[in-house]
Design a protein around this ligand. Structure first.
Ligand code: ADP
Length: 473
């Protein structure tokens, strides 16, 4: 129906007719709504950001979401009135915008059972087994302890509990405190409280699967007397399936460290991992690339048997703040097998210790960031025709749509591994604009453009950087 009504509407783009027509209609509506002032403010409802969503379909159905609590009814009436003049609106639906909690605000406030006095819970996760996840979880725990924190580690990897072996406590009996028979005393090692399914199972893997496993693991961690801890590190079972998801939901992780190796397939896995935590509203604090390089003990030559890896790309694409790389180092394996964690065994100034110290510092720093749970907003200003990123302090950066569209780093635009831009000769529509802007976790937005292209990810960090040129009006 809208197409028939377009005679008086200038068509800006020939190619993307429907979008352009929509765009013009949106501008008409917004200009009209700009004449409505909100009683609490001298500004109009559009400039005040009360119009959260505006969509128009081909049949002349207009949906407007108003971000208002108190004056919603009054404003709805004023808006309906103001838009009466547009005959092409066949169906006007003005709704109260659903309250959006900041994506991370619900997380991490509720900790149950004996986790109530644990300040921060960190998941150490990988998509595959054998990449060094348990070794890294354990050495991260001791590195956090060396920074002066009270820490514990929980081995939730029921399908391959390795903590008992890694600290030489394979034949360990578990005890309940006399006054609380339903609770379990953790096993202490070097001042760190530890718990593993392996203690209870005599180091055997779980043979049950599915929801039972999750409930056993959750019960074990909640019944352990952790007492007051600054950090509890959880060595997750590998993968991104049901058990990982229920652990995330039950334990309310404050952040995750993702462990990977430099092969291409691992990159795909790590993306899956980041996305899983993202969906579950757990920020990824750091990515650890394990066994990426090997330093020859005779000539000190650095070998990278799996190539350059993809850490830069991960940081670029997902805006992961920190990443560390741990080399393949024989002593890590040797001391692990002896039940002596490498960071407690090697000299303090050893490269491996320095890397783990850096990882621990990164984790502490990321978790202490007051803005970890706050995300900037990215919106399209239809009037000014620019995309605006706005941080929580009110700082704004306007960006021309075509500038951002031309700098899309998705797999169709940039070769994942060489970083080479693939579509240099493509003629971009200079009037392109975002059709949909979708937040991705606390680190980025994805954009669907009016030319049909989907830009998978623009990390906020990148939007603020000089690489994306600010539009000066
Ligand atoms: P996951 O928990 O991912 O299954 P583990 O932590 O059990 O992996 O590690 C698998 C094996 O790799 C172990 O024998 C461990 O000692 C060894 N390992 C882990 N990281 C390194 C490293 N950086 N250098 C040498 N060996 C390592």
């Amino acid at each position: 129906m809208l197409r028939r009504l377009t005679a008086s509407v200038p068509i800006v783009h020939k190619l993307y007719f429907t979008f352009s027509v929509n765009e013009e209609y949106k501008i008409q509506i917004l200009n009209r709504l700009k004449q409505i002032k909100h009683s609490d403010s001298h500004k109009d409802i559009v400039s005040n950001g009360y119009v959260e969503n505006l969509s128009i379909d081909q049949d002349g159905r207009v949906i407007i979401d108003l971000k208002l609590d108190q004056d919603y009814r009054k404003m709805k009436a004023l808006c309906s009135d103001a838009l009466k003049q547009f005959e092409w609106i066949k169906n006007l639906d003005i709704r109260m915008a659903p309250k959006k909690e900041n994506v991370f605000t619900q997380a991490n406030t509720q900790k149950r059972g004996n986790l109530q006095n644990v300040k921060k819970i960190i998941a150490v996760s990988s998509c595959k087994g054998g990449v060094g996840k348990s070794t890294i979880a354990l050495n991260l725990t001791f590195s956090l302890q060396k920074l002066g924190f009270n820490v514990g580690i929980f081995d939730a990897d029921v399908y391959g509990p390795s903590l008992p072996t890694l600290i030489g406590k394979e034949k360990q009996q578990l005890y309940a405190p006399e006054d609380k028979p339903k609770e379990i005393l953790p096993i202490e090692f070097n001042g760190v409280k530890t718990m593993s399914y392996g203690y209870a199972s005599g180091n055997q893997k779980a043979i049950i699967r599915g929801p039972m496993v999750s409930s056993i693991v959750v019960q074990l961690v909640q019944q352990t007397q952790w007492q007051n801890l600054d950090y509890l590190v959880v060595d997750m079972p590998p993968g991104t399936g049901d058990i990982q998801i229920s652990l995330c939901q039950e334990l309310n992780f404050d952040g995750a460290v993702i462990v990977t190796t430099p092969q291409r397939l691992s990159f795909i896995d790590v993306v899956k991992g980041i996305e899983m935590f993202d969906v579950l509203k757990v920020p990824t604090l750091s990515v650890v690339e394990n066994m990426a390089e090997y330093v020859c003990p005779d000539c000190n030559h650095v070998h990278r048997p799996f190539g350059q890896g993809y850490m830069n790309m991960l940081q670029k694409q997902f805006g992961i703040a920190t990443a560390v790389s741990i080399p393949l180092y024989g002593d890590i394996s040797k001391y692990s097998d002896l039940g002596s964690p490498v960071v407690l065994t090697l000299p303090e100034d050893h490269t491996i210790n320095n890397i783990y110290r850096q990882l621990a510092n990164n984790v502490v720093h990321e978790l202490s960031r007051s803005d970890l749970t706050k995300t900037p907003t990215v919106r399209y200003d239809t009037g000014k025709r620019v995309i605006i990123i706005r941080d929580f302090d009110g700082k704004e950066k306007p960006i021309k749509s075509v500038e951002l569209r031309s700098k899309c780093n998705c797999a169709l635009c940039v070769d994942e591994f060489t970083g080479r831009r693939l579509n240099q000769n493509q003629q971009l529509d200079q009037e392109v604009y975002p059709y949909k802007i979708e937040p991705k976790g606390n680190y980025a937005v994805a954009i669907v453009w009016s030319d049909g292209h989907r830009s998978s990810i623009y990390p906020y960090k990148r939007l603020w950087s000089d690489e994306i040129i600010e539009h000066k009006s």
